[in-house]
Design a protein around this ligand. Structure first.
Ligand SMILES: [Zn+2]
Length: 365
């Protein structure tokens, strides 16, 4: 049977060097009149300067943490409500974007943030416009309806159309100061989005095409961006790879490596990209099939084994943790169990139970 699919991509994309400087025109075009910015502390001074210079920036929440907290979501939503905002703009890594997305979705509701977080209430029908400005080349959050937020003890991934940004402004210049290790973590996360979108049980032809190009761009540019963060060509190609990675998993969703990343982040405190990369080469070997061989050949590799080796080499170059012994005391039974029961594991093309996952981790001893 020939191609058979449904495809939609609702986010208006503004991509390229210098696009962020065009934000006033972009806000104008989107009809935004009163906008709140959510960002981390590094960007906060810039956001405050933007507020001073543009009447449409009405408030700044500049304390998004690395693991985005529900308390930050509440504060951003409160600022938006009090300022009568019509939009929330998130600038930063996945944390800032996910905070902005959640705050925009609940700002006009009459419930508490917890009511929506724990699904005690449906999300309000009315919400604020979401504008996503990623500064790392990795999460793809600017084109997905996913928000990952922590309640202080546990991270929860919520997948809901209310989190879909209206627009994304992707400016590679913003990523030029990202340190090498974060560049590596987030770059491998981008490649994982592409690979997992590609081998997801729900993959489809348009997403597949973007996945292949995303993997090719990461293989060609991640090392360059890692060694020289000011190499704007490599940064721009990584920003594009990340965007394509996000688009390639937005509909099919991710699979085994992302399923495993949640227990690895929660119990062993690996940053998201490092946690995803921890099992990515293992899953390349586990999921190796004709389709994956085809992807490898299209990106100029000899086959799946070379892809797994390239991923392992990138992890080593970046100094990422790669073995169980790097994680301290590991409760292998709990780890294998928590990975097996994670919802995204259902998406993996090869069924993975606790026993198989245990065997996979044992090879990483
Ligand atoms: Zn990811």
């Amino acid at each position: 049977m020939g191609p058979d699919f449904i495809y939609a991509q609702p986010v208006k994309l503004f991509f390229g060097e210098g696009k962020f400087a065009k934000l006033p025109e972009i806000l104008q075009e989107l009809g935004v009149r009163r906008c709140v910015i959510a960002c981390g502390k590094h960007f906060a001074p810039t956001a405050q300067a933007m507020q001073a210079a543009d009447d449409r920036i009405v408030a700044v929440f500049g304390a998004v943490e690395q693991n985005p907290q529900l308390s930050g979501v509440k504060e951003t939503a409160r600022l938006a409500r009090e300022a009568g905002a019509d939009a929330v703009l998130g600038v930063g890594g996945g944390s800032a974007l996910d905070t902005a997305k959640f705050a925009a979705a609940i700002a006009l509701g009459d419930g508490e943030a917890e009511d929506y977080y724990y699904a005690r209430k449906p999300f309000p029908a009315e919400r604020l416009t979401i504008i996503a400005v990623p500064t790392t080349a990795g999460t793809g959050s600017e084109v997905t309806q996913v928000s990952v937020v922590s309640n202080g003890t546990e991270k929860k991934t919520i997948n809901n159309p209310v989190f879909m940004p209206k627009a994304a402004v992707v400016d590679p210049v913003l990523s030029s100061t990202v340190p090498p290790r974060t560049t590596m973590n987030t770059g491998l996360d981008a490649m994982a989005h592409a690979l997992e979108g590609y081998w997801s049980r729900n993959h489809q032809p348009i997403s597949d095409l973007m996945a292949i190009e995303s993997v090719r761009l990461v293989l060609e540019n991640l090392e360059k961006a890692y060694h020289d963060g000011t190499n704007m060509e490599a940064r721009a190609n990584m920003a594009f790879a990340s965007l394509l990675g996000g688009l390639s998993f937005a509909l099919p969703k991710t699979a085994g490596s992302h399923a495993c990343s949640y227990p690895l982040s929660e119990d062993y405190h690996l940053p998201h990209g490092e946690a995803v990369a921890f099992t990515l080469d293992s899953f390349v070997r586990i999921n190796a099939d004709e389709r994956l061989e085809l992807l490898c050949r299209r990106v100029g590799l000899s086959g799946t084994e070379e892809l797994a080796e390239r991923i392992a080499a990138l992890k080593e170059l970046g100094g990422l943790r790669r073995r169980l012994s790097d994680l301290g005391d590991v409760d292998l039974d709990k780890l294998a169990h928590d990975c097996a029961v994670h919802g995204l594991m259902q998406n993996n093309p090869i069924p993975m139970d606790e026993e198989k996952l245990r065997a996979m981790f044992e090879k990483l001893a």
